[in-house]
Design a protein around this ligand. Structure first.
Ligand code: ADP
Ligand code: ASP
Ligand code: MG
Length: 825
């Protein structure tokens, strides 16, 4: 007869709905007999242990009554009639026993170990009886229940309970001989000693019960059912990105469990290993999912399998010159700890042998200090050992995986990630098996450390947290373009984009898991949080994501002012906003100083010529050693349009009014006509050429006389007709010489810069451009006889957003992504 063992934890037995669910799983057709090991219903073991608390404020009868009420309600919800009455009667018998034990421990003023064991184990009996009743009632499979104390004999040892296999197996066979049931529900956690007293396998010991059952029965398989999809790569309560690990070896599972992954009890693996029984961890609430399979053989995968953290650790450091070259020091240290029954979680000794440090649980830290001080009393007295230093409030992060053996760079990746997250590492240990690398850190850092380490091993190293400021014309188009490109960005280039926030001037939308790019407009519409740049940046810069970029598509000086602060913290900035690039040279330098400190990038291609590759071209020329002598061009799409259309058939002011109506100018056309927009772009260009140009150094010809300053935009457009005659005269004079008027910006290496109307011969490259085209001419040592010309549409949301997108991809490339979308290679 073959067997399968199922085990259900307390979370899978929390209430009537859960019991029904579990009954369905175990009653499902199976050719094998099923042993079903159960824990107490969620929380019941804790409540039972609290019953014997001698100092409790609430009297025992009151607590017993509350427990009884909850359990009777559970029984009532699931079974009725005779079965119900029998279960309640059995429950009352147990509660009477507890009451009696409570009374006697109150008299003794002490709780003997047997009393703890007996009382804390009742929850498993209640689960087992009730589940067997629910399965029987369902009628799909015959069911019975079995008290593990009738067969499971264990002794206690330093490292936990030791099973008497021969006796236990014989007794189990005898018990089973009496029961033909297809489903045998067995109490987890509880056992008996050789002398027949009640004992337990320790807190959370039901997992261990299940594997012992598996070994006793020679089962095909053991399945531990819980409330998560399997063993996860990190504790899901801390690490939101944790993913199911499909396969683990026994060794890996053991290390993970030992290092605090609560999902399996560390002792669980041992009984399965020698018999080679596979273990699965599956989700009671999603039984269709495959879960995690644990067996002897590795799936051959490399790298880390899981990352865990144990909190409440203390680091003990034994230090002194007297330790150098003295054999046996470590042995004495561990012997002292062993004799006191203190288990050491991590050991680390520097190769100088000047110090040895061990990590133990905080609860035994003081005791550990005392025994070590006793053991080394002589050396301490003589000053050969300086002292025994204890740092409490530590935690251990451990990275586990068989495949880390022989995979170079694992440690570097862990410590690099911890360093970037600002986690201070106090001690390091790597087992010679290379299955586990542990770092002792400050307890306060434990969640941050887990997240940082987790992302270093599990997330794509190219995961980037994106925050967008200003989802207007350009920002909105950029998000649309990004949404469209997302598939190839992630599939071909392995860049994992997380849009974690969008900020408008009044409200902002934040998301933990990432705003759906296709529906970003809904997120913006639903945004109800008042905008606060600091809170926004705090959210975007998620410790657990490797990279962060803020994309500023606003025109706000407030955001530009903070780029330096952000970049100092390693946040990359992509700006469509010209303010920072054209700020005073002092501010600009300060921003870059801070940027270098944080190792961040600053990209602003779209500030000049929209999507045209102007700044990148300048940079490429410079970095490849060319010497740029002059850059000039038409840098304003609006002014380009005005002078293209203006042919004398209509007054210049009428052309301006029409362009304004078409949306080709700023709402107040003076922003374009003043030439300041061109001047700002010239400053940005000049700095890309390596010049320290200030905005005030640019000689700017404004098309708007200062006398219009007081007018509003509408009044200005009307009054602007006063300037028509002068403009027409310039145009006509130029035309008589075969020239046209263009608004041209220029910068030369000697630092001269100007933005003004020029009369150009009609075969000049700037003369025959289309509508809002920008054109730029670069003269350099290489491009001396024939200048390099970049020309094309230089305004409009789509092309400007394209420039932002190009910056974004450049940034991704810098992070190590392959952003070549060409499918050919
Ligand atoms: P049960 O009651 O089924 O024994 P537990 O609460 O003891 O369940 O253990 C399951 C819980 O362990 C999960 O809900 C999860 O919060 C926690 N956990 C901690 N680390 C991990 C991990 N690495 N993988 C899966 N779960 C983990
Ligand atoms: N019910 C026991 C406990 O809470 C055993 C278990 O759940 O595994 O510790
Ligand atoms: Mg458990």
């Amino acid at each position: 007869m073959s067997w399968i063992v199922h085990k259900f934890g307390g979370t899978s037995l929390a209430g009537p709905e859960e019991f029904r669910r579990v009954a369905r799983i175990v009653a499902a057709p199976d050719t094998r007999r099923r042993a079903v090991v159960v824990s107490a219903p969620a929380g019941v073991t804790d409540r039972l242990l609290a019953l014997l608390d001698l100092a409790a404020e609430t009297p025992l009868p009151t607590r017993l009554a509350a427990l009884r009420a909850d359990l009777v309600a559970l029984i009532d919800a699931l079974v009725d009639g005779e079965v119900r009455d029998r279960l309640v009667a059995e429950l009352d018998g147990d509660l009477e026993t507890i009451r009696a034990i409570g009374a006697s421990t109150a008299l003794l003023r002490a709780v003997p170990a047997e009393a703890w064991a007996l009382v804390s184990g009742f929850g498993e009996f209640w689960s087992a009886r009730l589940l067997a009743a629910v399965v029987s009632k369902g009628g799909e499979a015959s069911a019975d229940w079995l008290d593990a104390r009738r067969f499971l004999v264990v002794g206690s040892a330093e490292l936990g309970p030791v099973v008497d296999w021969t006796t236990s197996r014989e007794r189990l066979q005898a018990q089973l001989a009496d029961s033909p049931a297809e489903v045998v529900v067995v109490t987890g956690y509880v056992a008996r000693t050789a002398a027949g007293s009640p004992t337990t396998l320790g807190r959370n010991g039901s997992d261990h019960s299940a594997s012992i059952m598996g070994a006793l029965l020679g089962a095909d398989e053991v399945v531990i059912w819980t409330d998560v999809d399997g063993v996860l790569s990190g504790d899901p309560r801390i690490e939101t990105e944790a993913a199911v690990v499909p396969r683990l070896t026994y060794d890996e599972a053991m290390e993970l469990a030992y290092f605090g992954a609560r999902v399996i009890h560390p002792a669980t693996m041992a009984p399965l290993v020698s018999a080679g029984i596979p273990l699965s961890i599956r989700n009671t609430f999603a039984p269709e999912r495959p879960g995690t399979r644990i067996e002897a053989e590795s799936d051959g995968s490399h790298g880390a399998k899981g990352i865990t953290v144990i909190d409440r650790m203390a680091l003990i450091n034994l230090q002194g010159a007297g330790l150098i070259g003295v054999p046996g020091t470590a042995a004495r240290l561990f012997e002292a700890l062993r004799q006191a029954g203190i288990s050491v979680v991590v050991i680390s000794q520097g190769s100088s042998e000047h110090s040895i440090c061990v990590a133990v649980r905080s609860t035994v830290a003081d005791q550990a200090r005392t025994v070590i001080e006793d053991a080394f009393a002589r050396e301490l007295e003589r000053g050969q050992i300086q002292g025994v230093e204890v740092q409490d409030d530590c935690a251990i992060v451990a990275v586990v995986g068989d495949g880390m053996r022989g995979t170079p760079g694992v440690a570097a990746r862990l410590f690099g990630a911890l360093g970037r997250a600002g986690v201070n590492v106090r001690a390091i240990a790597q087992g010679a098996s290379e299955r586990n690398i542990s770092a002792v850190i400050d307890g306060a850092d434990s969640a941050r450390a887990l997240r940082a380490a987790h992302s270093a091993f599990y997330l794509s190293p190219r995961t980037i947290s994106v925050g967008l400021i200003g989802p207007g014309q350009v920002g909105g188009q950029f998000l649309d373009q990004l949404a469209e490109g997302l598939e190839w960005i992630s599939a071909d280039n392995h860049v994992d984009v997380r849009l974690r926030g969008i900020a408008r001037s009044r409200r902002m939308a934040l998301s933990e898991s990432g705003i759906d790019l296709v529906r970003w407009r809904d997120a913006v519409a639903a945004a109800d949080e008042p905008s606060d740049l600091d809170a926004f940046i705090d959210h975007i810069r998620a410790d657990h994501l490797p990279h962060t970029v803020v994309i500023d598509c606003s025109a706000s000086p407030d955001t530009a002012e903070r780029y330096g602060d952000w970049m100092a913290e390693g946040i990359h900035v992509i700006a469509a906003n010209k303010v920072a690039g054209s700020a005073s040279i002092e501010r600009f330098r300060e921003m870059h100083r801070r940027r270098r400190k944080g190792g961040a990038r600053f990209l602003q291609e779209s500030t000049v010529g929209a999507g045209l590759p102007i700044l990148t071209t300048l940079r490429d020329l410079r970095t490849t050693g060319d010497r740029i002598s002059k850059v000039e061009g038409i840098l304003s799409g609006t002014l380009a349009y005005l002078f293209n259309v203006y042919d004398g058939s209509r007054p210049f002011s009428a052309v301006v009014a029409e362009a304004r109506a078409k949306g080709f100018t700023e709402p107040d056309p003076r922003d374009d006509l003043s030439g300041m927009d061109v001047a700002r772009k010239l400053v940005i260009v000049a700095r890309e050429m390596g010049l320290d140009l200030e905005l005030s150094d640019v000689e700017v010809e404004s098309l708007v006389p200062p006398r219009f300053d007081g007018l509003d935009a509408d009044a200005f457009v009307e009054a602007f007709a006063e300037c028509d005659a002068a403009m027409e005269e310039r145009r006509a004079t130029a035309a008589a010489e075969g020239r046209v008027l263009r608004y041209v910006g220029s910068v030369t290496t000697d630092g001269r810069a100007a933005a003004r109307i020029e009369a150009l011969s009609s075969d000049h490259p700037f003369a025959s451009i289309d509508l809002t085209d920008n054109v730029i001419r670069i003269a350099s040592a290489r491009y001396s006889e024939n200048a390099l010309i970049v020309r094309g549409p230089g305004a409009g949301p789509a092309v400007t957003a394209g420039g932002v997108f190009a910056d974004f991809l450049r940034l991704c490339t810098g992070l190590g992504a392959d952003t070549d979308p060409g499918g050919l290679n």
